[in-house]
Unconditional design. Structure first.
Lengths: 114, 119, 410
């Protein structure tokens, strides 16, 4: 089994992303169910982090507070799962509730450090 | 102290633009930089280097091969450090060698899971 | 004669551990059997003397005096004393302190807490920790420990001998760890306390009174941690809540024939409401502060099991989601899937269950047997048969056959 990083992005200015409190609650429940399902298979390598609003971008020797103008889809979080191959990791990612609110999931295999 | 996630981005693989010697120097610089953070007791998680193998999934069951590429820079790695404030985290991030080869570092504060477990 | 017969075992349970903890500090852990022997001797003397001269007006004080005098005699006579005196003359410059054995309430409590940390030390293997805890922290007799583990005295004595060796090899100090290490060290202590509790709760021994005592002793040890400001942590409160909730159902878990009564069949009027209330108190305490432990989630789940309201399953599912993300265990994975069934129905649960990959686990097949019942009875029976083949417990086999009968009858 190998590690795969799942990176979540939400669309910030998309109206469908503005959920009502009820919808938000349901979204959180769906999210926990999805994570719980992966954890129940013993395939959660790292429950990762939800990323907050505090953000800086460093490029060259410039530090900009706040999002990159180029990036309209903000990184909202990441986790690490275990799978035999990319296809399996992709299957796990398909269940992610962020896909139902116009977000995206990037699945990347890791470089094993020697 | 709080956790801050560092996300490293670069346009294209360093391997393609750097000579073997430059690559070696980069690796050494990177280890020195991480080691320095670790020595201060501020390395929360060494994190991951990301390979170029991947998929990007979007709404409506759309899947593309390869990393997320809406912008020309792709994610190359993730590390988690500890600091009191965003400013302090930025200071630690400034030493990252990726900044010397045209890459960028995104520094993000994390959301701590709430303690509402009894509901 | 009758009064004395009951009195000494009671006193043994209550006082053995206190005396051994205090004396061990004077003798050092490398001579722990000495402390145990001296205290055991005092009880033997009591048994002999009180039978003839009658029970003294203050039995506890009598025992303490005899044990203390034996210890002081021993310290003076042996070169133990020499060794200790020399080192302490160099360190404390207060030789008088060493011969004094302080049996005040405060020192007894402090010594027991320190002993807990000494015994529940990461360098000591878990089985050794359990054995030593039962013997020294809880004051169970060798017979009682053998009964609890369904084995014989010789085995227990061997185990304890090996455990004491480990203690000496590890050169553990009898002290409460420094503040910087306390959170990590408490983890080890709590693991052992919880193991002790589960020994009592799930043991197959038919000695119900003993099993209840094991649970009570585990809770008493936990309480020692709560009483001390340094060790009164959220995780400790959470474990206390968990043990209170479980204990509240102790009386309803076995029927008159000594058979296990499953949760769904339990008479909830037998559930101890006082313990449930205590559990709630500790659960609220546990929520103060900014750390969560696996015990927090387990206690939350146990809380919901003190109710029979149908809405509980949605909460239990979420708690298992969080527990699994913190720490995976096959039992949690299976229980989570059961909760999933209760909230989202059998089809969803079956799909998730088949991803669990626990095919060598008989409980996995029990779960699938249950889920497939009335959905696909043939598959259900297959799983139940596999479950029977995978378990050695006749109690479990019986329960599974009962499930299978229900299908055949429908």
């Amino acid at each position: 089994m190998k590690d795969f990083v799942l990176i979540f992005r939400g669309v910030n200015d998309d109206p469908s992303n503005h959920l009502s409190p009820q919808q938000r609650q349901e979204f959180m429940t769906d999210w926990q169910n999805w994570m719980g399902g992966i954890a129940a298979q013993d395939k959660l390598a790292n429950r990762g982090h939800r990323l907050g609003d505090e953000i800086s971008i460093l490029k060259g020797n410039v530090v900009t507070d706040g999002p990159y103008a180029e990036i309209k889809e903000m990184l909202s979080g990441l986790i690490v799962v275990k799978a035999d191959n990319l296809a399996e990791a992709k299957e796990m990612a398909k269940g992610c509730p962020i896909l139902r609110v116009n977000g995206s999931v990037e699945v990347r295999s890791v470089v094993v450090m020697n | 102290m709080k956790d801050f996630v560092l996300l490293f981005r670069n346009a294209g693989e360093p391997m393609n633009t750097l000579s073997p010697q430059q690559m070696q120097n980069l690796m050494t610089d990177w280890q020195n930089w991480m080691g320095g953070i670790a020595a201060q007791g501020k390395l929360s998680n060494m994190g991951y280097r990301l390979s170029t193998e991947g998929n990007t999934l979007k709404a409506n069951s759309v899947t593309t091969d390869g990393p997320f590429a809406e912008i020309k820079e792709i994610l190359t790695g993730v590390t988690i450090i500890k600091a009191e404030t965003l400013e302090e985290a930025n200071e630690l991030a400034k030493g990252c060698p990726i900044l010397n080869i045209g890459g960028s570092v995104e520094v993000r504060g994390v959301i701590v899971m709430n303690m509402d477990y009894n509901k | 004669m009758q009064k004395e017969k009951e009195l000494i075992p009671q006193l043994y349970r209550a006082e053995f551990r206190k005396l051994v903890s205090v004396l061990s500090r004077s003798f050092g852990l490398e001579h722990i059997e000495l402390a145990e022997d001296i205290v055991s001797e005092a009880f033997l003397t009591a048994a002999e003397t009180w039978g003839i001269k009658g029970v003294p007006s203050n039995p506890v004080a009598w025992l303490y005096t005899v044990a203390k005098n034996s210890a002081k005699d021993y310290l003076k006579r042996s070169n133990l004393f020499e060794g200790k005196i020399t080192t302490h003359l160099q360190q404390d410059h207060n030789p008088a302190y060493e011969t004094e054995i302080d049996l005040s309430t405060k020192n007894i409590r402090d010594s027991q807490l320190q002993m807990m940390f000494a015994i529940c030390h990461p360098a000591i293997p878990p089985e050794a920790q359990i054995g030593l805890s039962l013997r020294i922290l809880c004051g169970f007799s060798i017979d009682e420990i053998a009964d609890a583990f369904l084995t014989n005295k010789e085995n227990i004595n061997k185990r304890l001998f090996r455990a004491r060796q480990k203690l000496k090899e590890a050169r553990v100090a009898i002290e409460v760890p420094p503040v910087s290490e306390i959170d990590k060290r408490i983890e080890t202590v709590l693991t052992t306390v919880y193991l002790l509790f589960n020994e009592g709760y799930y043991s197959q021994s038919h000695n119900t009174i003993l099993r209840k005592d094991l649970c009570l002793e585990a809770m008493r040890l936990n309480y020692l941690l709560l009483e001390n400001q340094l060790t009164d942590k959220p995780a400790v409160n959470a474990l206390m809540a968990l043990m209170c909730f479980h204990s509240s159902r102790f009386d309803s878990r076995m029927d008159e024939h000594g058979e296990v009564v499953l949760y769904d069949d339990q008479d909830s009027s037998l559930w101890n409401q006082e313990l449930i209330a205590k559990g709630n108190y500790y659960l609220n305490n546990a929520a103060k502060g900014d750390t969560v432990s696996t015990y927090h989630f387990e206690a939350g789940i146990a809380y919901w099991h003190t109710t029979r309201s149908p809405e509980k399953w949605a909460h239990i599912l979420q708690l298992y989601n969080r527990l699994l993300q913190l720490r995976y265990s096959p039992i949690a994975a299976l229980n989570r899937t059961y909760a999933l069934y209760k909230v989202y129905g059998k089809v969803t649960a079956i799909t998730e269950a088949e991803k669990l990959n626990l095919t060598k686990n008989h409980l996995y097949h029990c779960l699938l047997g249950n889920l497939y019942t009335d959905e696909d009875n043939q598959k259900a029976l297959e799983h139940f048969r596999t479950a029977i083949s995978l378990t050695k417990s006749s109690v479990d086999k019986k329960a599974i056959r009962k499930q299978m009968e229900k299908i055949s009858l429908s």
